[in-house]
Design a protein around this ligand. Sequence first.
Ligand code: TYD
Length: 238
Amino acid sequence: MELFITLEGPEGSGKTTHAQLLANWLTERGYDVLTTREPGGTRVGDVVRTLLLDPIYAGIRPETEFLLFSAARAQIVGEIIRPHLEKGGIVICDRFADSSLAYQGYGRRLDQDTVRTITAFATGSLLPDLTLFLDLPVVEGFRRKQSGGQGKPDRLEQERREFHERVRQGYLSLARAEPVRWAILDAGRPIAEVQEEIRSRVSERLATREGASGVPVQVRRNTVQDPSLTSEERSDDE
Ligand code: TYD
């Protein structure tokens, strides 16, 4: 069942935790799931990730930054994402092209049309089937990161609060403009509750797909809270 799901959101919104929980749940239900993340996910992409996130490269130009994100993206699409979709699997990607529209477009104020054109070139116009936007106030996201004790903030995290506010508002504009692809989720709730909503959104998408293709629907619409969530998973660890 080919399905491309992305998770987007500001810092500390819990994307990584939810990507993993969703992947485990789908795998248990017999789906062929691949989880990956941007920037990174490939050997080349991991090198680019270091260039992008290490605070020693503080002088990086917004244009350079965007092109590096795009370079890593072209690699992950060609090497990892497309091949898995083509063999009929589900791909869950922790951030994708919408991160560039939000961070480099709205955050850095690069021209949106240019960002879209170059992104289409990098991805071969691949679009997610479902984008889960984990929405959270900027201050709350940083509070979570700090209390998670995750070491020194990276170069993007060190940006001013105004930058992150623009990113969040940018995400909301993108999501409202494409309500069929995007699902806006309140990430301020307990992890189990957010995950439950995520599973329900994904189930709907799968049911539509499987209904259309004649394949039996394996996932029920009404999901229950996962009792296997540990207290660690319930805490906000992103
Ligand atoms: P990461 O450690 O993966 O953080 P997070 O857990 O928030 O996803 O760092 C990725 C950072 O890169 C994050 O601050 C968002 C930023 N980013 C962009 O600015 N543009 C992009 O296109 C992508 C994919 C990420």
